[in-house]
Design a protein around this ligand. Structure first.
Ligand code: ADP
Ligand code: MG
Length: 280
């Protein structure tokens, strides 16, 4: 199973004064079960790119293949695709609308033809996976905290049992604790059910801890596709395009310069701490 993007181009408002070339000749393939980060500055094309994954946007040029099938082909079921590729928008809690948490999460499965009982079971299962406690199921989504609302919104997509979970800036607007909780929850999910996760972020710190592969976008072009450790070796190049390596890469470098014999490729706080412990 895979999601394959070939020479994808997307232009907003083509041929008008508002024309904006958002994605340029981007190609890559994501296998089932992978964990991939997509990073880039605001306006680099991240959100535009991922909306092609489930056919919400149609490529201006290029192809999207799911399981080897071109999703733009006549007769291709986008409904089916959207069941397999679940997309969680940025600030998804703004789309909560049902009177209770459980009804909101059950909406997707019901919409896909599940009967009432099945829909409820899927909703409960999804809420359990995102760590929403049972006493909240019958509350209004509007009574919940920011972090809880976001979990409910993610559960709404998980309830459709997708094979790919695409999260557009899932930590935006959360405090550091809320951010870690959401990312840990997503990492656990992946371990438990083997779902592929695509994490869109502008935070290098987040992707340095949670993904195995990193796609870097700059002005709509894919400039890196490699494990984070490799991408972060290019700190200077990243800085030239307005990004940077995670703080810990710089911290480890400073420690090396101060005489600590740390390896060259440490990228997060846990790794730096482990290596320092070995030295002390
Ligand atoms: P990111 O998610 O990385 O911030 P976007 O995909 O939202 O980037 O935007 C990529 C480019 O496309 C930007 O130049 C942005 O201004 C433009 N763009 C995004 N959405 C629209 C839209 N609905 N209409 C016109 N231009 C858009
Ligand atoms: Mg965006």
């Amino acid at each position: 199973m895979s999601l394959k993007i070939e020479k994808l181009n997307y232009i907003y408002n083509a041929g008008t004064v508002l024309e904006s070339y958002a994605v340029k000749d981007v190609s890559f393939e994501i296998q089932k079960g992978e964990s991939v980060g997509i990073i880039g500055r605001t306006g680099s094309g991240k959100s535009t790119l991922i909306q092609h994954f489930n056919g919400l946007l149609k490529a201006t040029r290029g192809t999207v293949l799911f399981d080897g099938k071109n999703i733009a082909e006549k007769g291709y079921s986008l409904k089916n695709l959207r069941k397999k590729v679940g997309l969680v928008f940025q600030y998804p809690e703004y789309q909560l609308f049902e009177e209770t948490v459980i009804k909101d999460v059950a909406f997707g499965p019901r919409n896909q033809g599940a009967d009432e009982q099945q829909a409820m079971l899927k909703a409960q299962n999804a809420l359990r996976m995102t760590g929403v406690s049972e006493e909240l199921y019958n509350k209004s989504p509007f009574e919940l905290s920011g972090g809880q609302k976001r979990r409910v919104a993610i559960a709404g997509v998980l309830a459709m049992e997708p094979e790919y979970l695409i999260l557009d800036e899932p930590t935006a607007g959360l405090d550091p604790r809320g951010r870690d909780e959401i990312l840990n929850m997503v990492a656990e999910l992946r371990e438990r059910i083997g779902i592929a996760v695509v994490l869109v972020s502008h935070s290098m710190e987040d992707v340095a801890r949670y993904v195995d592969r990193l796609l870097v976008l700059h002005h709509g072009e894919l400039v890196y596709d490699a494990p984070p450790r490799e991408v972060f070796r290019h700190a200077e190049e990243l800085e030239k395009i307005g990004l940077s390596a995670p703080q810990m890469v710089y911290a480890a470098r400073a420690l090396r310069e101060a005489g600590y014999a740390l390896p060259e490729d440490l990228i997060n706080v846990d790794e730096v701490a482990d290596e320092l412990m070995k030295l002390l």
